[in-house]
Design a protein around this ligand. Structure first.
Ligand SMILES: Nc1ncnc2c1ncn2[C@@H]1O[C@H](COP(=O)(O)OP(=O)(O)OP(=O)(O)O)[C@@H](O)[C@H]1O
Length: 229
């Protein structure tokens, strides 16, 4: 589903590589945590998958496609297969919950009939039924993240990328968000989540890929946040 082959990324004007000779393969349906200290390369890794960045050397494949060979006009179509969730939710502040989720379908040309059927289904799935007419600032942080997940998932993407999705949430709320991501993963969506949340990684016992200074220093199935000392 996602494959990095000898991938190095050096940002323009930098001497140090943000990622160095990374080789990773993530299969369909896996749940993977990406961990590492600040600046270790996690966001760079995620942005390469979205083709927001291009590898300086090596090849990134998503769903069998070599992203370096993908024409620019095909990038939006490729990104539609990937849902994204961020620490800061990134909802449209003047749109209701329903409208925020519906917007993701409108931009890809779905009919109103489809939107009116699918949006309530996904809001129900994320536990937000009854809140469809609220604006984002009328919701708690956890609820806002649920809207963001609904929006990312409404199109049933193959891959869900989450960059610190619990970074702004308290521990109890974070657990609820993780249960939701776990459910989405069980529905056969590959989930890749960058995080600093040790408790969550230790509880979930999923595959853990650790980056340190741009290098993959650990790739462990049913892993924990850090090696036990
Ligand atoms: N646009 C950029 N231009 C130059 N250097 C960059 C750029 N973005 C990131 N870097 C550098 O690349 C390295 C990896 O950064 P990256 O953002 O991928 O780390 P991260 O693990 O996601 O960090 P964090 O946990 O703080 O989000 C860092 O040294 C960073 O300073």
């Amino acid at each position: 589903m996602i494959r990095f082959e000898n991938v190095t990324k050096v940002y323009d004007g930098q001497r140090r590589a943000a990622l160095s000779d990374v080789n990773v393969e993530i299969d369909k349906g896996e749940f993977v945590f990406l961990v590492g200290t600040s600046g270790s390369g996690k966001s760079t890794f995620l942005r390469l998958i979205l083709r927001e960045l291009r590898a300086s050397q090596g090849t990134v494949y998503v769903a069998g496609r070599d992203l370096s060979k993908l024409h620019s006009w095909k990038v939006p179509g490729m990104r539609r297969q990937i849902g994204t969730v961020f620490q800061d939710f990134r909802l449209l502040p003047n749109k209701t919950v329903h409208e925020n989720v519906a917007f993701a379908l409108q931009v890809i040309g779905k009919s109103k009939t489809t939107i009116d059927r699918v949006v309530p289904e996904v809001l129900d799935l994320v536990g937000l039924d009854g809140k469809q007419d609220r604006l984002p600032d009328e919701l708690s942080g956890g609820e806002q993240q649920r809207v963001a997940i609904a929006r990312a998932f409404v199109n049933r993407p193959m891959i869900l990328i989450a960059d610190e999705p619990t970074g702004n949430l308290d521990p109890a709320t974070s657990v609820g968000i993780m249960k939701l991501l776990d459910r989405i993963n069980r529905a056969d969506t590959t989930v890749l989540m960058a995080t600093h949340d040790q408790t969550i990684v230790d509880q979930m016992r999923k595959r853990v890929i650790e980056l340190d200074d741009g290098l993959v220093v650990r790739d462990q199935s049913r892993g924990v946040y850090g090696y036990a000392t």
